[in-house]
Design a protein around this ligand. Structure first.
Ligand SMILES: Cc1cc2nc3c(=O)[nH]c(=O)nc-3n(C[C@H](O)[C@H](O)[C@H](O)COP(=O)(O)O)c2cc1C
Length: 345
């Protein structure tokens, strides 16, 4: 496929919403011969344009923009009240009389999509849902390659049928949110090394492998299991150019003994992160929190208060299962290390 052949190395830095994928990180990966990805799901169209412009001021190489496919919800006041009560054990100790209601639940997807088309990145990837055939056509008409994020073989087939150019097959070990959009999220739990060959056997378009890929040796294994490229999140999360909060970075660097697990308590959608106080307090009511993006918006002020105090117990510490193998260093050094390790295989 054309856009994959533009890359010197088959390494995609995974989009990571929440501040990690700074323009400096994205550009550094693309400049080093991989594909940098800007996470735009939480950005307004104006912020998307601003950040894409910054990437373009730092690199002339191709890069990717990622969006969550979402419909803006309209929860009832009763649902919000019930969700706020479930979170009371977390916000009451902060001295708050109530949980603030967010100004909006999420960015408007259609407006983000229009901005994306006008920005014309080489590649766009989508998570949490699937586009329509006409949306895929609009991207193709703008010269943008389309990548869908999948957690099952059925989802890979759905993206292939709609005209996608590739899929990211994300194993259960992957950090951050599960992209599951067909069937129950709890059932999409195939480990990476089972999922990749199954997806590769089922579809003709290229498979990008994601989940617990930390070294060049891991990359070679993924390629042997049918992938055409890899997408790595956790490995880039601790790079110098990553924009994460210092408390989060510290928790990741000390993560060797801390388990990660999937939880929906922060956002209403299963996502993998380091186990902490927030997860433990909410464990008993996990099934009752509202779906993404409502829970995500409701917990944002609590997580922000945690970050302001430097309290990792109140933050969402997204990380892949193999975060203990992450190596903090500048992007250029990580890319060189990965390539050298691939060549030893
Ligand atoms: C902090 C964090 C945020 C993430 N945000 C996104 C996102 O916005 N969109 C997306 O498609 N994937 C997101 N992911 C998934 C990554 O792009 C990547 O697929 C995943 O991290 C791969 O697994 P690994 O962490 O084991 O390398 C996120 C992952 C992390 C760790």
């Amino acid at each position: 496929m054309e856009w994959l052949s533009l890359l010197k190395f088959p390494v995609i830095q995974g989009p990571m919403a929440g501040g990690a994928t700074t323009p400096a990180l994205v550009a550094a990966v693309s400049n080093a011969g991989g594909l940098g990805s800007l996470a735009a799901s939480l950005l307004s169209p104006a912020q998307m344009c601003e950040q894409a412009e910054q990437v373009r001021s730092l690199t002339t190489r191709p890069f990717l923009i990622n969006l969550f496919v979402l419909q803006t919800p309209s929860p009832s006041p009763q649902e919000i009240e019930a969700a706020s009560l479930l979170l009371k054990p977390l916000w009451e100790p902060l001295g708050w009389a109530n949980l603030p209601t967010p100004a909006k639940w999420c960015e408007d997807f259609n407006a983000q999509f229009d901005a994306l088309v006008s920005l014309r990145p080489a590649v766009a990837s989508f998570t949490f849902g699937i586009l329509t055939a006409s949306q895929v056509e609009r991207l193709h008409d703008a010269g943008i390659a389309v990548v869908g994020t999948v957690t099952t073989v059925d989802e890979a087939l759905a993206w292939e049928n709609i005209g996608a150019d590739a899929v990211v097959a994300s194993g259960v070990e992957a950090g951050g949110h599960r992209g599951t959009f067909l069937g129950p999220q709890q059932e999409a739990t195939l480990p990476a090394k089972s999922l990749w060959p199954q997806v590769a056997a089922a579809i003709k378009i290229p498979v990008i492998a994601a989940g617990a890929i930390m070294t060049g040796i891991d990359i070679q294994q993924a390629l042997q299991l049918g992938a055409s490229a890899v997408q790595m999140g956790s490995a880039f999360l601790v790079c110098d150019e990553s924009g994460i909060h210092p408390t989060y970075r510290q928790a990741l660097l000390a993560a060797a003994g801390t388990p990660t697990r999937l939880t929906r308590v922060f956002s209403g959608r299963y996502a993998r992160g380091l186990e902490n106080h927030f997860m433990r307090v909410m464990e008993g009511v996990e099934a009752r929190v509202p779906a993404y993006p409502v829970q995500n918006a409701l917990t944002t002020p609590i997580r922000a208060a945690g970050a302001a105090k430097g309290d990792p117990g109140l933050m969402s510490l997204w990380a892949g299962a193999d975060i203990g193998r992450a190596r903090p260093m500048p992007v250029v050094k990580l890319m060189q290390t990965l390539v050298a390790e691939m060549r030893t295989q």
